[in-house]
Design a protein around this ligand. Structure first.
Ligand SMILES: *Cc1c(COP(=O)(O)O)cnc(C)c1O
Length: 227
């Protein structure tokens, strides 16, 4: 099933990339494995998936070594993405594991990531999570805060802000998510030095790509509905 699902996602990605004037290789597909069991994840790796997204450190720890070992046997090196809310007390484990943390939503967290990255002599790439809609439940910086936060973080030598991430509100028609994606793209364009725009999930990634996403996070679309 992963094979068919992935093929459908890649076809959709290709169509949307073309609409945005991009080639499919300009867009990173992060396969979100939070619901998936090892066999499904390994199948995805066999099919060429190189970027794995998890929303919880503890869940990622359960899969990290086994999936990396599987990939290594096939000569592949995976990149791991932390996409969920990160508690400061998990920053150490996150920095040890993840190539990109999409969910930096406070300066306090950024300081802790910087501190932990310094300890292992790493420069941790991160995205700032931005609340492009006004739901109370969401974490993230407000649009107005972002450029100031980017400036403050320049002095942190072991953390590098490489882009922005947002989660669009749940809407009945994916087209309704368009303004939120557009807002994030405009924010990114206003700030020098940002290259990654992580937006779009199973239900709305095509709209996100049309609006400039170059990284999409797809779970159910690849691994099926979460049970
Ligand atoms: C679960 C999750 C996704 C993937 O969602 P799907 O609807 O399964 O594609 C993407 N981003 C974040 C932050 C998530 O938690």
């Amino acid at each position: 099933m992963v094979k068919e699902n992935l093929a459908i996602c890649l076809e959709k990605l290709k169509v949307s990339a073309a609409k945005a004037g991009l080639s499919p290789s300009d867009i990173t597909l992060v396969a979100v494995t939070k619901s998936a069991a090892l066999p499904g994840i390994c199948e995805a790796v066999d099919l060429g998936v190189t970027d794995i997204g998890e929303n919880k450190v503890q869940e990622a720890l359960l899969k990290f070594e086994a999936v990396n070992a599987y990939a290594a046997k096939r000569g592949a090196r995976l990149r791991w993405h932390m996409i969920g809310h990160l508690q400061t007390n998990k920053a150490k484990e996150a920095v040890a594991m993840f190539d990109l943390i999409h969910s930096v939503d406070s300066l306090r967290l950024a300081l802790e990531i910087n501190k932990q990255a310094l300890k292992i002599n790493k420069v941790q790439d991160v995205l700032l999570e931005v609340k492009t809609s006004l739901e109370q439940t969401k974490s993230g910086f407000s649009c107005d805060e972002v450029s100031g936060v980017v400036k403050e973080m320049i002095s942190l030598k072991n953390i590098s802000v490489v882009g922005l991430m947002t989660i669009a509100p749940e809407v009945s028609d994916p087209g309704q998510a368009r303004p939120y994606f557009r807002r994030l793209r405009e924010l990114k364009n206003d700030i020098n030095g940002l290259r990654i725009l992580s937006m779009g999930m199973t239900d709305d990634f095509q709209v996100a790509i049309e609006e400039g996403a170059n990284m999409v996070r797809i779970g159910r679309g690849i691994f099926g509905e979460r049970t």
